[in-house]
Design a protein around this ligand. Structure first.
Ligand code: ADP
Ligand code: ZN
Length: 434
């Protein structure tokens, strides 16, 4: 099932042609309407006419999150506020928040993107979607809402939080699709288990994104809630959810290439990374955003893209799960560590532990320390101290072989770590707090 078959299954050559045409227009539009871009292009001695298609993209300057901060709130908008009909802001995971504006056409395009996403997981107007992403300035709630509405689904706009009430609502209203962050999905699953009502749920699928999560986490959510769990990717700067989405194959997230142009670059050399399955920084150019267009926006997200037609028939490239932002990378005793690597080790060895964990990095006597707190299973909790210590030691060994450095693992009591209703805060880096 497709929402826009003509686009989603467009032959590669036609997508490229469309991208070339849209890029030329968007660059001219941005040059004419956004002072910051005009200045930068003038400085680089690039005129809009020099950009004839994707092959010229390299000539254009990059844009950064810091630009959105420097020109906060409206300095990068390409339309007067009289044409901006909605504002959204990032949740501010990595510093001062940024704001983006949508025109009526932008909202249409966004709704199309999330409608495609819902269609790709098999949603129809007979489905009932519980939108447990936050509504508000965060893009999650409204983004999902607009697409579901466009597709004619029944929407439960419950927003995040009030967890037991969420479960009751899901049961009473017979929700078939759940949309929230993966960490909240796990919390909901845990709560449903505790309430003893998992078998009363009518859920068949979940669409989860807005934060990094591993395949192991997917497996746990799928098993606990008896659903298929789909990954979605998006960021406020570009549009919000709906930038890329998984189909029923669950093998990479199709990028809406008719709206967003992807480059993958080496974040050090800034050179493009060619070929399949090569990790790099995702850089996006919006091809038809009116309110807040972005050219060569460096996301800091690290991932790769698979090209070629998917088994589902879609031709859009498929993004890997982003392993996190380059800013999320921890440098511990000189070694690069991604929180997602730690999650993978923990969740691959689920015996005796749950998926609730917290990473604490500190510096003691000029030496970096890495502490990992993991909640025990209630069964293990009831066990003797020796088996708890044995398990801690096993996890330390496994982490060392993957990360290449030593970590201290402490198994803590069930339900002792904070739960998240939105994006999980897994890492506390005390070195940054000093
Ligand atoms: P904030 O920057 O405040 O977190 P956003 O809500 O716009 O604001 O977050 C977008 C970011 O969330 C992305 O740049 C990416 O790092 C992360 N993200 C979104 N979806 C996913 C996903 N499916 N997997 C991993 N990371 C994701
Ligand atoms: Zn597919």
């Amino acid at each position: 099932m497709y929402f826009h078959k003509d686009f989603e299954c467009m032959p590669k050559a036609d997508i490229t042609k469309l991208q070339n045409e849209k890029l030329v227009k968007q660059v001219k539009y941005v040059y004419d309407n956004v002072e910051c871009y005009r200045k930068r292009m003038d400085e680089a001695r690039i005129k809009p006419e020099d950009i004839k298609g994707i092959e010229d993209l390299k000539k254009l300057p990059f844009s950064y999150k810091s630009d959105l901060r420097d020109y906060y709130p409206y300095g990068l908008f390409a339309k007067p506020l009289s044409e901006i009909v909605e504002l959204h802001a990032s949740s501010g995971t990595t510093g001062k928040r940024i704001v983006v504006g949508y025109t009526k056409n932008d909202l249409e395009m966004w709704a199309d993107c999330t409608a495609r996403m819902l269609t790709a997981i098999g949603a129809t107007k007979d489905d009932i979607v519980q939108v447990a992403y936050g509504y508000g300035l965060f893009t999650g709630g409204f983004g999902l809402h607009y697409g579901a509405e466009k597709l004619g689904l029944t929407v439960i706009p419950i927003s995040a939080g009030n967890t037991e009430r969420q479960i009751e609502t899901m049961i009473d209203f017979k929700a078939t699709i759940l949309a929230c962050t993966p960490s909240y999905a796990l919390y909901l699953a845990e709560t449903a288990e505790k309430m003893g009502v998992v078998d009363k749920l009518s859920l068949k699928a979940g669409i989860f994104g807005a934060e990094p999560w591993t395949e192991e986490m997917r497996q746990q959510i799928e098993e606990k809630l008896h659903i298929k769990a789909y990954d979605i990717y998006g960021l406020t700067e570009i549009v919000g959810p709906g930038v890329a989405y998984e189909c029923s194959e669950q093998s990479g997230m199709h990028l809406n290439e008719d709206h967003f142009l992807l480059e993958i670059i080496d974040p050090e050399t800034l050179e493009p990374i060619e070929g399949d399955v090569k990790m790099g920084e995702l850089v996006f150019t919006t091809l038809d955003r009116e309110g807040a267009p972005l050219i060569r926006y460096r996301t800091r997200d690290l991932g790769f893209a698979k090209v070629g037609t998917c088994k589902c028939g879609r031709t859009f490239v498929r993004l890997s799960k982003p392993m996190g932002r380059s800013d999320d990378m921890l440098i511990i005793r000189g070694v690069n560590v991604f929180p997602s690597q730690i999650e993978e080790v923990l969740l691959k060895n689920p015996e005796g532990i749950t998926a609730n964990y917290q990473i604490v990095v500190d510096r003691v006597n000029n030496n970096d320390t890495l502490d990992i707190f993991v909640e025990m299973d209630p069964d293990l909790f009831a066990d003797d101290m020796a088996s708890i210590e044995r398990l801690q030691k096993q996890l330390v060994d496994k982490l060392r072989s993957v990360l290449g450095i030593g970590a201290k693992v402490t198994l803590v009591n069930p339900n002792s770590l904070a739960r998240s209703e939105g994006k999980a805060k897994r890492v506390i880096d005390k070195r940054k707090l000093i």
